[in-house]
Design a protein around this ligand. Sequence first.
Ligand code: GAR
Length: 209
Amino acid sequence: MLSIVTLISGRGSNFEAIVKIAQKERWPVKFTGVIANHSAAQGLDFARSQGIPTFVIEHRDHVTRESFDAALIAQIDKLGADLVVLAGFMRILTPHFIRHFEGRLMNIHPALLPAFPGLHTHERALEAGIKEHGATVHFVTEGVDEGPIICQASVPVLEGDDAGSLAARVLAAEHQIYPRAVKWFLDGRLRIEGNQVKLQPPESQLFKL
Ligand code: GAR
């Protein structure tokens, strides 16, 4: 049985969506741990309610990013992760960490990458006046919010949207595509070719929601 370790910083609703679908569809997977970078991360409560082991590695206890990441790597390796899922994990990871988990490290970003990497994506999308926004699941490489795209979901930007209403629409889309991307990985359907992810057998990797 494959094992997933999830890293969160906050609410953890993407993590929750993945666990709930895995339970409903009886995926042959074990959620071996959830790690948060601070103890107030709300998602820890859901993990505990499901009997999933939780760990807190306070980034503030580490003077350098390297030492924080080394602690993360040690914990994740101890748990034996086949896949590491970043679900709203708001720390920049070191190249060493990223190389260590290369090809088995996934992230979700609340924008249609390569548009709007970084923070405040919904505010920036509204400011830019774009008519379509969305979310991207990708393998993590060394650039921030870069890396081979596994799938994307697009949602319309509606008249009268503010950052809150747009964020809610995007989040609902995230909850649909992240579990799907994880399942594709678990089923061995993803091949990384250069900066592209090929899904085998092929199926659309873009969801218009
Ligand atoms: C999600 O919108 C996710 O895309 C975003 O943080 C939120 C976490 O929500 N991630 C990033 O911005 C990473 N760069 P959640 O904790 O409820 O899953």
